[in-house]
Design a protein around this ligand. Sequence first.
Ligand code: PEP
Ligand code: MN
Length: 263
Amino acid sequence: LANRAFHPEDTIVDVSGVQVGGGNMAMIAGPCSVESEEQVIEVAEAVKAAGANLLRGGAFKPRTSPYSFQGLGLEGLEMLCKAKEVTGLPIVTELMSAEYLDIFDEKVDLIQIGARNMQNFDLLKQLGKTRRPILLKRGLNATYEEWIMSAEYIMASGNENVILCERGVRTFETYTRNTLDLQAIPVLKKMTHLPVVVDPSHAGGKWWLVDTMAKAAVAAGTDGLMIEVHNNPDCALCDGGQSLKPEKYAELLKQLRKIAPIV
Ligand code: PEP
Ligand code: MN
């Protein structure tokens, strides 16, 4: 179903009125995690003013350590909904368990499936119960074929609204968090008709790398960027070191407008 051979045109996914793919860019921005209503609203207003068209914020967080901040859960989701109400930006947040699918179906505009769950096949099959678009992140060490097969699971279950997200893969390098695979953009766009967006924040794991790699991703033909933005990165409960301050995000989008169709 994802194969370009049987569907030559680019698929355009409609995320609550925001078109993604076929020359339309998804500019997804916001904090790694929702920390408070004030925090998420402040960041949402700033990224909207900068030109973002979708708001991200984690409520359920897949943390490596069980002792790290696990996210505010449903309470965090409510805060994100409040930020949507205030700014009008559709929201993107990660679903980790099918237990919450009905609530996400009702409230979330773009349901994120994280790298760690890319091959949670049972969860993928359940996504056919919703028509909400799915943002499928690439697994930590997934091949293109494995990633496409995961998209195929979602599509075969009845939901063809899938957006792929390259977020870096694990290599032998330890200086950066992951290694951004820019080749994934042209390859996945050749193999599939689905939109491909890039998350340079989780790829490099360093805020100062985001700018350069975001530009590189745009040059390579990405259909969008997912970027972590925090109003106070030094005090962030998660991923502060890779988060841009709102001013830096605004500056990046200003520069990207010269090379990409960003509103
Ligand atoms: C995230 O986007 O907050 C996240 C946890 O990303 P990934 O699943 O790519 O690690
Ligand atoms: Mn994060």
